[in-house]
Every structure is written in C-alpha cells, then in structure tokens.
Ligand binder design. Structure first.
Ligand SMILES: Cc1cc2nc3c(=O)[nH]c(=O)nc-3n(C[C@H](O)[C@H](O)[C@H](O)COP(=O)(O)OP(=O)(O)OC[C@H]3O[C@@H](n4cnc5c(N)ncnc54)[C@H](O)[C@@H]3O)c2cc1C
Length: 298
C-alpha cells in the first residue's frame, strides 16, 4: 500500500494539512508520537474563535477527529528513518513498522530547552510561558519572573517591559549577560538575581513562586522561561538531505512550502516563522494545497 502523502508530525501544522488533504480525498497517513509543543501547551490564548483559550490537547483531539471523518489514517508512532526509494518514500518507525508514501510532509516542530523543575509541565501555557508574542498580554501590569540564562533571559525581560514594569530576572542558567543588556535592565528597574532556583512552587496549573538556593522565597503568579537553545526536530530532514536555514530550521519555498527536495514539504515550527499555532495551521494548509497540485500532475 502506498499513501498519496505521509505526514510526519500530527501537531497543529500536520493536523491542519491532514484535514486539507482529506478534503481532496487523498490517501493520507499521519505518524505522530504526541510529544510536541501542542501537547505541552495547556492554553492557546490568541486563536480566532477561542477568546477564553483552548488547550493543545483539545485542539489536537478536535483536529484528529475532524481528519478521521475525512478518511485520514493515524498511527501513534515515532518515525526513526526516512529514505527516498524508487519514486516513493519509505518511512520506518521505532516499532519497526514501515510505510510508503508518494509525497512527504515534515511537520515535526521544535524541541524547547526547558529546565527540569518538578511541577513545571502542568503550568505551561497557563501560568508559565515561553513566547511573549503569544502570552505577553497575560502578564499585563502584573508582576512576573523571567527564569532563564544569560542574554536570552535578559532579552526576554526587556521585551516583556512592553507589558509590565514589575519584572525580576533570575539568571538560573548562569549564562553571561552583555554589559549593555545589564545597563538596559538596570535602566528599566529590573532586578537581576544571579542565584539559581532550588524549587518552583505550583498548585496544579498555577505557578506560585520559587525558592532560591540561598533560601529566599519569591512569591509570584507568572513566569516566562528563556534559556535559548530550542532545537528544530530536523533529524529526518537531515537524513533526506533537504537544505536547512542557517538557524537549522528547514528552508522552504515561501509560496509552496516545498523543501529543496522534490516531493518533500515542511510546515509549522520546523520552518522559519514566528512560532504560533495559527501560523502553523496556515503553513499546513498551504503545503497541502501544493501537495495536492503535485499529486494531480504525477
Ligand atoms: C508553553 C507553550 C505555550 C505556547 N503558547 C502559544 C499560544 O498561546 N499561542 C500560539 O499561537 N502558540 C503558542 N505556542 C506555540 C505553538 O505551540 C506552536 O507554534 C505550535 O505547536 C507549532 O505546531 P507544529 O505542528 O509545528 O509543532 P507541534 O505542535 O510541536 O507538533 C509537532 C508534532 O510532531 C511530533 N514529532 C516530532 N518528531 C517526530 C517523529 N520523529 N515521529 C513522529 N512524530 C514526531 C511531535 O511529537 C508533535 O506531536 C506555545 C508553545 C509552548 C511550548
């Protein structure tokens, strides 16, 4: 059995592409291991139609249900290898299953560099955030901590001054902070703490504060994380030999979302964009439209 398209990654971008391809009635398989950002974010705040927010889990289950209705198939499997064979792609999973497709869509997202604090994960998207464009509004005129490392954390703190003046930057990762950034933070009255965090305090999805190694307790209801070093999940792209951008995201044609390799497309956070759910959905639709055009021609 050869699928018209195999989508690797069933997050926001992959699901939206699956829905579009399903509506063309193509034979589509989505392979997903459910460990991406849309599984981690417990509340998307800036999505049309969801003024009170929606969890990634809910968005994903609605998207899957929608795609299933259109005949799209799903397997909860991690893809380990992918190779171009004679006119088709062979995709092997960690469970040693093999699938074949005429077209491939890579929608594997990125891996966030997050600290390993107990209690952190349930707060993500609710009271602990990573993206100022997504969630800066959530801390409007409220006190917030920036927990991070070096310049990445310092720059996040400066960006967040657009929304609130009540910021404290904890340089937990102990990275270097450039002198000019330090001056700017000082100018904005932002306290920089060089001590690390021994424990974060949470109650389910509520962030309550941190205890520093010195023993100082800092009470606060919101935090942003900024350690730098997020990594695009490009190992499959690397196996195929598709061209990457300097920052390791996949390079695509801006109009079609096709990669440098014929019959391979990419969508979502894995390509360069502003890393938001609505944009990932748009990428998915755009890629699917051009995959459809290409299927008509072949
Ligand atoms: C804490 C947090 C809060 C956020 N808040 C917002 C917000 O409020 N608003 C907003 O617009 N955006 C927000 N974002 C960003 C948003 O989640 C991403 O832009 C979006 O998830 C990108 O979709 P994607 O499909 O590219 O990637 P993902 O949603 O990460 O999906 C990629 C999928 O591919 C799977 N995968 C990866 N490799 C493999 C493999 N080898 N085999 C099989 N499956 C694989 C992953 O498990 C995952 O399910 C937030 C992100 C985080 C982390």
């Amino acid at each position: 059995m050869v699928y018209d398209c195999i989508i690797i990654g069933g997050g926001v971008a992959g699901l939206q592409a699956a829905i579009q391809l399903g509506r063309y009635q193509h034979k589509v398989l989505v392979l997903d291991d459910g460990k991406g950002r849309s599984s981690m974010c417990h509340c998307y705040h800036n999505l049309l139609g969801w003024p009170d927010g929606v969890s990634g889990e809910k968005l994903r289950s609605l998207g899957k249900e929608h795609a299933l209705r259109l005949g799209v198939e799903f397997e909860e499997e991690r893809v380990e290898t992918v190779e171009g064979l004679d006119g088709v792609f062979g995709v092997k999973t960690a469970k040693s299953h093999e699938f074949f497709g005429r077209k491939l869509l890579l929608a594997t997202g990125i891996k966030d560099n997050l600290p390993l604090f107990d209690g952190l994960l349930p707060c993500l998207g609710k009271s602990i955030f990573v993206c100022p464009d997504c969630d800066g509004y959530e801390i409007l005129d409220k006190p917030a901590l920036v927990i991070g490392s070096g310049n990445a954390g310092a720059s996040m703190a400066l960006t967040l001054t657009y929304w609130t003046k009540e910021l404290t930057f904890i340089n937990h990762g102990k990275g270097e902070i450039d002198a000019d950034l330090k001056d700017k933070l000082g100018g904005k009255g932002i306290r920089i703490i060089s001590d690390g965090i021994s424990k974060i305090h949470t109650d389910r999805s509520d962030f309550l504060g941190v205890t520093l190694f010195s023993g100082e307790y800092i009470e606060c209801c919101f935090a942003f994380l900024a350690f730098g070093g997020n990594k695009p999940n490009t190992n499959l792209a690397f196996q195929l030999g598709v061209e990457l951008e300097e920052n390791k995201h996949i390079l695509v044609d801006p109009r079609t979302k096709m990669t440098s390799m014929e019959n391979v497309w990419a969508a979502g956070d894995i390509i360069v964009h502003s890393e938001q759910a609505a944009i990932a959905m748009g990428d998915g639709i755009q890629a699917a439209i051009w995959i459809h055009k290409s299927l008509l021609e072949s």
